[in-house]
Design a protein. Sequence first.
Length: 57
Amino acid sequence: MDKPVITEKLIKNYEIDFGKGKAVVNEYLPSLTKDEIELNRMTVKNILAKVFGKDAI
């Protein structure tokens, strides 16, 4: 699988611990509206809660 091409500027990079695992988070300068960003965050949190359990978030 090819890596996606990201043209936005990287503003932050950090790791998050989820129980026994870790996730690397790269934050880029958004080209989205505040509402779109908030919707994306809620979607990601819901996916992580399903994968790692609700206690991990």
